[in-house]
Structures are given as C-alpha cells and as structure tokens.
Design a protein around this ligand. Structure first.
Ligand code: 8YV
Length: 309
C-alpha cells in the first residue's frame, strides 16, 4: 500500500494478488491492451505479442533486477521504457545466497527434516556431516553487484575467491584479492560455485554436463540467478552419480517448480521458492523504485532506472 499510494493519488491502479490467483498470459495481454503502464513481476511474460497489442503503453516496470521475462527489444522499438530495480536488492540477495551456501554445506534443511520426522534416535559421530565453509574456495560466476557482495561475505569466512565475468574487475582484485579465472578453471578449483549471471541467449544452459564434470566431487553448486542457466537434467545426473556433492537452488527453469521435479527427490538438494530479494525492507524499496519510475515516465520525466536504450 505504501509503495502504490503515490500512483493511486493520480491514476487508476488495478492490482492482481499473484500469490492467490496467478494472472494468466491471456489476462495480462487483455489488461495491457488498455494500460498506460504495466507493473510486472518475473512471472509475467511480456513478449512482442503483448507489446504490439498495447497501443497506449509507455512504461513497463519490473519488480526485479533481472528482466528476462520482458522483450526489451520489442518495447524499445515502440518507444516503451522498461525499468528494473538494481542496487536496492544487492545485499539482501547476497545474504540469501550465503544462507543457501551455508545450508547446503551443512545440510541444514535435511537435518531439520530428519529431526522433525523422528529420525534422531541417537547421537552418532558421522550423522549429517557436511562440508566446511570456513577456509574453502569460492567461485563466483557473474561478478556484478550481487557477486561482489557475496564475495565480500566470503572474506569473513576466510575463503579464497575466484570469479568469472565478461569483464575483469581490477578494483575488486586489488582491494579484496579476488582472483579472475576462466570458467573451466573456476569450476575445477572451487569448493563452492555460486551462479549470478543474468539469463541471456549466451548464458542459457551454460552449466551443463561438461561443466559439472569439471567440478570436484566434494563441490556444492548454488544458483540464485535464473534456473535456465543450468541444464537441470544434467544437474540431476551429476548429483545422483555423485559427480558433485550438493546443490542449493533458489531458482528453477519453471517457476513455481513442479512438485514432481526430479531434483526435489534428492536429499542433497536444498531448495527455496525464489526468495533472493524477499526481505520486507528490500521489497518495499524495490516497489517504491518501480512506482517512482512509472510516475516519472507518465509525467514525461526521466526514470531513474531504464534497461531500454
Ligand atoms: C525478484 C529477482 O524479486 O531481482 C531479481 O531479478 O530474481 C528477484 O529479486 C523476483 O524476480 C520477483 O519478481
């Protein structure tokens, strides 16, 4: 309510409670046809068809830093501005990435499940033993803002940090001692690999059977970016055949992930329902940012965050 209020003062705002009744693509297309602005989430598919059939549309604001659900090119061709929420969710998402890393390494959710299911019968020396995080080697694939925030946390855990990115980050190398690495070396040298690249044509399925085979048998893969970066079938095979030790996933190729997904059958997979940026304070900041940018465009001003050229 707080974030939407400034828009409600001037405009008619129609809202859908996604958690209760997910909006269908057809409904979205129908509503977009009448709208001046669209405020979307990752689950809203804003494609060329929708954009072509929305004659009044001036701005699309996505409640996320990633915008792979939006055809930005099609929007740009029509002069529609697309905005996102960079910066405000960096530390919150890095916290979640690190939570998932720790939980996967120390089998936290598996341990809790066992206790609640009455499987803690006696104390045993090797029960639920995991991997050490302190002093381990971390590889970060995608060294943007969130990647750097995860790497900074890793220093507190005495970890050595390798990173792979399209461009090198000399400042991060000098200031924190993060080491640039090509992808194959990073995969074979890291105890923990955290994926933080956007989903693009280039990064789709970038972690497949070959890449997983390069990783250590004791390694843990963490994905807090987009499910499509990982070939899920290959990941399942790697986990079943103990090519890698565990995985922590906040994201899936299809979301919400179907309950019969093979990865959900494995005890060495820790799963979360895409909650990387889900803190109360951060979500409010993201929403306020979207609302301000929608207002700016509708009033003929400059939005703070645009991803369209
Ligand atoms: C979003 C995210 O909250 O920012 C992103 O790209 O993945 C999350 O922070 C999520 O996509 C909901 O739209």
């Amino acid at each position: 309510d707080e974030a939407v209020a400034p828009l409600k003062e001037k405009y008619e705002v129609k809202m859908w409670p996604h958690e209760e009744v997910p909006m269908t693509y057809e409904e979205l297309v129908k509503e977009a046809a009448e709208a001046d602005a669209l405020w979307t989430m990752l689950s809203d598919q804003v494609d060329r068809n929708l954009i072509t059939n929305a004659p009044k549309l001036k701005v699309i604001s996505n409640l996320a830093v990633g915008y792979n659900n939006i055809d930005v090119q099609a929007a740009a061709e029509r002069g529609i501005v697309v905005t996102n929420t960079p910066g405000v969710l960096t530390e919150t998402t890095a916290d979640l990435a690190f939570s998932l890393l720790l939980a996967s390494a120390r089998r936290i959710t598996e341990a809790e499940r066992e206790l609640r299911e009455g499987k803690w019968k006696a104390w045993s020396a090797m029960q639920l033993t995991g991997m050490d995080v302190y002093g381990a080697t971390l590889g970060i694939v995608g060294m943007g803002r969130i990647g750097e925030a995860v790497a900074r946390r890793a220093k507190g855990f005495g970890m050595d940090v390798y990173y792979h990115n399209r461009t090198r980050k000399p400042e991060a190398e000098e200031m924190h001692g993060f080491v640039y690495s090509d992808l194959d070396d990073l995969l074979s040298n890291s105890d923990f690999v955290v994926l933080l690249t956007p989903l693009t044509e280039e990064t789709k399925n970038m972690i497949g059977a070959r890449e997983l085979s390069l990783m250590k048998e004791t390694a843990v893969l963490i994905n807090v970016a987009r499910g499509g970066i990982v070939d899920e079938q290959a990941l399942y095979e790697a986990l079943v055949h103990k090519k890698i030790w565990a995985a922590g996933l906040d994201v899936f190729e299809q979301e919400p992930v179907p309950l019969d997904h093979p990865l959900l059958t494995l005890p060495n997979v820790t799963v979360l329902p895409h909650i990387g940026s889900a803190s109360i304070r951060t979500r409010l900041k993201m929403m306020s940012m979207n609302a301000a940018d929608i207002k700016a465009v509708l009033e003929g001003g400059q939005p703070e965050n645009t991803v369209t050229p």
